[in-house]
Ligand binder design. Sequence first.
Ligand code: GLA
Length: 387
Amino acid sequence: MRAVKERLVQSFEERFGKEARPRYFVGAPGRVNLLGEHTDYNDGFVLPMAIQQEVNIVAAPRDDGRVRIYSLNFEQDAELHIDRLSESTGPRWSEYLRGVLVVLQDAGFAPRGMDLVLYGDVPAGAGLSSSAALEIATLLASSAVSGFEVEPTLAARLAQKAENEVVGVNCGIMDQFASRLGRKDAALLLDCRSLDYELVPLKDPAVRIVIVNSNVRRGLVDSAYNERRRECEEGARLLGVPALRDVTSREFAQQRDRLPDNVRKRSQHVIEENERVLSAVEMLKKGDLVGFGEAMWASHASLRDLFEVSCPELDALVEIAREVDGVLGSRMTGAGFGGCTVSLVREEAIERLERAVRTEYPKRTGLEPDIWVLTPEDAGAFVEPLS
Ligand code: GLA
């Protein structure tokens, strides 16, 4: 973190001149979802966690409405203007920043001009919400330099709106909410209808969260995601409820035969996944990590067989994890069709899992995995004034 800050400050001075010192250092994390997949846009429950990978920005205000941005990842400049935010002329990555400024203005805030340098180490396209992290970091930078505050839940909603309406991706609320409100040593239980949330501690030193990137490029993801959303809406319509959140698995059992095949499978996943989240949270609170792990395996099977958003590589990673003694649970995480798995692993089994994944996964798929073990150090969104 310190190293990133120094790099950003140095690059800021190189870009914008020594007299223009950055005034704020902000960060917003990526997230890994422990349980509750494809439930957020069904008004359901999710259980993500902030990870230590994040997007960082150093920023200074300007009086002339210009927004000058330099991305260290892309080694590229972009420029926007506060009075002309409807113009989309910059590189694709700058659309996330433009989107956030647009929705802030629409919501009645007055974002000022600013100079920014940004850098993120959340891998893009891996299902760890690098875009949500960029949106939340932008929102925090803009509010800090402009002197207004955005209540955290509203910040998440505005960032989601930026992604939906300006970037053009039809995501739910989970990623932005987790980036704004998540903390790494706790799972964030979120009710995606009321936006009530609770941080459930997950800091038993005997277990760790391990993320494995399949490194499969997620090609199909946008069209399949929208198709799944439509199927879920159709399920709710045929079941006569506002959202699949409103159906219990008992009610579903009585009605399921009325639904077309795919709609039935998608609905069953969502309904059972919601129940899994709620019961797994109770287990977590009681310290029943074995039970929690069981819910993760079950979630993966359901995403593979009913929701049909897994892929052979993610299935291979979960199967490899299954064979390792001391892995309590493992599943695909995020939208699917590639990206990462998340596993709950006993401390003493971490090395065994890493070894198994590094030897078996390339053999089965021809791909090299990346492996991250979440450390107990703190994570979560922050704003730090610079002197
Ligand atoms: C993506 C979306 C989220 C959520 C997940 C699936 O990450 O951005 O809103 O729908 O997929 O659970």
